[in-house]
Design a protein around this ligand. Structure first.
Ligand SMILES: Nc1ncnc2c1ncn2[C@@H]1O[C@H](COP(=O)(O)OP(=O)(O)OP(=O)(O)O)[C@@H](O)[C@H]1O
Ligand SMILES: [Mg+2]
Length: 453
């Protein structure tokens, strides 16, 4: 296939038929190989790939029934079901041709054949066979992708549609992608999904948590260093850019890097080149950059804290992940997903949530998004004692408010709230609660009375 000539196996026990076919097909630019018995056909198919087989159904031992040819067809099917087989039958044996098609032959010709028709049939079958093989290859690749590496990304909510569309459309390209969203919305999962659907998926996805790295560490982490570059550099070190060569580099928490770090990063993104710390040798890498942040980089640019030219390099495409409270449809699916994972991990025979528990989950505002839900379900699985998770297994308050926000409360409300918490923590023991709050016992008693606790 490709630029090489298509190769056709021709099989017949009559030498003059083989010679005529060879001549005809060679003249059309095909490569041929001949076989004069069913055994020779199988040997040929086992030793090399063919784009099509053109075979007679009758062989020497039994020249009329075609039984040998039909048996051969079954064996070919078992060897290579994608190989297009065209059978040749004697005039008037249409029944035999039909039986051959039933056993996997793709088309048939009656002898003596018409050259033009034979060539059309051969060309069509070769094209169909190549398409079929491509399909099988894709299918196999997809199976691999699904099995390995491809992260679970649950996203049925309409508000996730734009993100999913972008992953599908942009994932396979080399475009740099900036993933934005609140903490725990799944930015890391999206980076994995982008890498998994790309042509780079067989190469590594390297993640660097760029936030908060001190200057020296940042450089040697990303670019590597050579022995002796600084006091602690006892050996050469390969940086993340080199590790990711041919693959994908995921720069997580990108907004927290210093201006000097931004300048260094910009240079690699613009030129694709860098030096290891302490070396003057310029290295080139082929890396796709994904990055993520939970801050508004546009605002960081306006505030003069983030370079605009660097932002333009990073956000060729931006994927915004909505907070969980804006994709409530996914909450039950995610909860069930985490339940399955943790029930298996902790070997708990849990099958689902009691309806009151599901109600509590649905009512919670999830300020920590999917990660908070993940942790809450893990905790609930550990707590659960029956076959399903109960509301009491979830360390969540019922009601839409969750914990009140301090800034919305008056001073007295805050005081009363903290006292209630302290009393709950010490199971109503006033002395201990007073100690924890920094109050005398009597001062605490006065407040308990005032607030009617
Ligand atoms: N759509 C999803 N489907 C399944 N699991 C998800 C999904 N989104 C997030 N998760 C899971 O939730 C957890 C948090 O996700 P992730 O670490 O990707 O969030 P993040 O946005 O990178 O958070 P942070 O801002 O804190 O880095 C992970 O365990 C991840 O596997
Ligand atoms: Mg993350």
């Amino acid at each position: 296939m490709g630029i090489s000539k298509p190769r056709i196996l021709i099989a017949d026990d009559q030498q003059d038929v083989l010679a005529a076919l060879r001549l005809l097909l060679k003249g059309e630019g095909y490569e041929t190989e001949s076989a004069s018995s069913p055994a020779a056909v199988l040997t040929a198919l086992e030793s090399r790939d063919f784009d099509a087989a053109l075979m007679d159904l009758n062989y020497a031992r039994d020249t009329t029934s075609g039984q040998e040819g039909l048996d051969l067809l079954c064996k070919i099917q078992a060897l290579d079901s994608a190989l297009p087989v065209i059978v040749m039958t004697a005039w008037g044996s249409v029944d035999l041709a039909v039986e051959a098609m039933r056993r996997g032959a793709r088309d048939f010709l009656q002898k003596p054949w018409e050259n033009a028709r034979l060539l059309t049939v051969v060309r069509t079958q070769i094209e169909l066979g190549q398409a079929l093989r491509r399909g099988q290859r894709l299918e196999a690749e997809n199976r691999l992708l699904r099995a390995e590496g491809r992260p679970t990304l649950i996203a049925e909510a309409p508000s996730m549609r734009p993100a999913l569309d972008l992953i599908e459309r942009i994932g396979p390209s080399d475009a740099n992608v900036l993933v934005t969203g609140e903490n725990g919305t799944g930015k890391g999962v999206v980076a994995q999904a982008l890498h998994a659907v790309s042509g780079r998926c067989a190469r590594p996805l390297i993640t660097v948590n760029t936030g908060g790295l001190p200057e020296g560490v940042f450089e040697s982490e990303l670019f590597g260093h050579v022995k002796g570059a600084f006091t602690d550099a006892r050996t050469d070190r390969v940086g993340r850019f080199e590790l990711a060569d041919g693959g994908t580099l995921f720069l997580d928490e990108i907004s927290n890097i210093t201006p000097a770090q931004q300048a260094k990063l910009l240079r690699v993104l613009e030129m694709g080149e860098f030096e290891r710390v302490g070396s003057s040798k310029t290295r080139k890498v082929d890396v796709r950059i994904l990055s993520a942040t939970n801050s508004d980089l546009g605002a960081e640019v306006r505030a003069g804290r983030f370079r605009e030219d660097l932002l333009f390099r990073l956000n060729t495409i931006e994927i915004r992940l909505p907070p969980l409270r804006e994709r409530r449809e996914d909450i039950p699916l995610l909860a069930a997903h985490f339940l399955r994972i943790y029930a298996q991990r902790y070997r708990k025979p849990l099958t689902g949530f009691e309806s009151a528990a599901m109600q509590v989950i649905l009512d919670h505002p999830w300020p920590g998004n999917v990660r908070e839900l993940d942790h809450a379900i893990e905790r609930a699985v550990l707590m659960a004692q029956s076959g399903s998770v109960r509301a009491s297994d979830l360390a969540l308050r019922a009601g839409r408010e969750g914990a009140p926000r301090l800034e919305d409360m008056s001073l007295e409300e805050v005081e009363s709230f903290l006292i209630k918490k302290a009393l709950a923590r010490y199971q109503g023991n006033v002395s201990q609660a007073a100690g924890a709050l920094g109050l005398s016992r009597s001062a605490l008693y006065r407040r308990i009375q005032r607030y009617g606790l």
